[in-house]
Ligand binder design. Structure first.
Ligand code: CA
Ligand code: CA
Ligand code: CA
Length: 237
């Protein structure tokens, strides 16, 4: 897998900056395989953490470093913050770091293909299935579980990556929808269903992205048995 990442830099100071170091620490799951920069003065200083040096940058001058990275993982999440440093007196060092940028690898998860009720994967409740992905437009993740009657379930999506958005639905053995939820989970776009099985049988849960959105994301699917505590009747006499 090959993706491109770039760091923009800009001298917003009044004077010539010299002895510049640009650092871009990458998460462990990616490797830098190459880089390119428009400014011929840029040199690679170190591979880990990834850093570059530039002898000088005049007032209002700017540039960009493009870094090619690869990963062998199908699912991974991390983030990176680029930083720039100069040996010159810097009147405003607080803006020398970039915003934290999410780095996401969201290829097909370990339960694919499961886009149909007929290809649903077993869900042994209670369960947390981590590192699921919505890896392509229209992906549906179907899971199937058996329940006796009278069990309370809390089924929800969790740990959504940036810009993630789930729609969660519950179906009976005929594929008839029982419940669905879009944004009822603890995270803003996550989903949650509370349900009690009226009769024993096979049921299905399905997770997808709601209409109107796009883009890959990662999530966990959790199916908890809700515990109810019935206190014995007590009496003071
Ligand atoms: Ca999936
Ligand atoms: Ca799927
Ligand atoms: Ca949602």
């Amino acid at each position: 897998m090959l993706t491109l990442n770039h760091a923009d830099y800009h001298n917003q100071g009044q004077g010539l900056a010299t002895g510049i170091t640009i650092t871009l620490p990458l998460p462990d799951f990616v490797q830098q395989t190459g880089w390119a920069a428009g400014d011929p003065g840029i040199t690679l200083a170190d591979a880990q953490p990834l850093s570059f040096t530039l002898s000088s940058l005049g007032p209002a001058e700017f540039g960009m470093i493009e870094v090619r990275i690869k990963t062998v993982d199908a699912i991974a999440r991390g983030s990176a913050v680029a930083a720039i440093d100069t040996k010159w007196v810097d009147s405003n060092p607080v803006d020398n770091s970039s915003e934290r940028v999410s780095l996401l690898v969201a290829a097909a998860d370990a339960y694919e293909p499961n886009d149909l009720l007929s290809s649903a994967r077993p869900l042994l409740t209670p369960a947390r299935i981590s590192d699921l992905s919505y890896h392509q437009a229209g992906d549906q993740d179907w899971f199937v579980f058996y329940t006796p009657a009278g069990v309370h379930y809390h089924i929800y999506t969790d740990q959504l990556s940036a810009d993630g958005n789930t729609l969660l639905a519950l179906y009976d053995s005929d594929g008839t929808e029982i419940l669905r939820n879009d944004n009822g989970g603890e995270g803003a776009q996550s989903s949650s269903i509370n349900w009690q099985s009226a009769k024993p049988g096979i049921y299905y849960v399905m997770v997808t992205r709601p209409e109107g959105g796009s883009g890959p994301f990662l999530y966990d699917l959790v199916a908890d048995h809700e515990a109810y505590l019935f206190l014995p009747a007590i009496r003071l006499e």
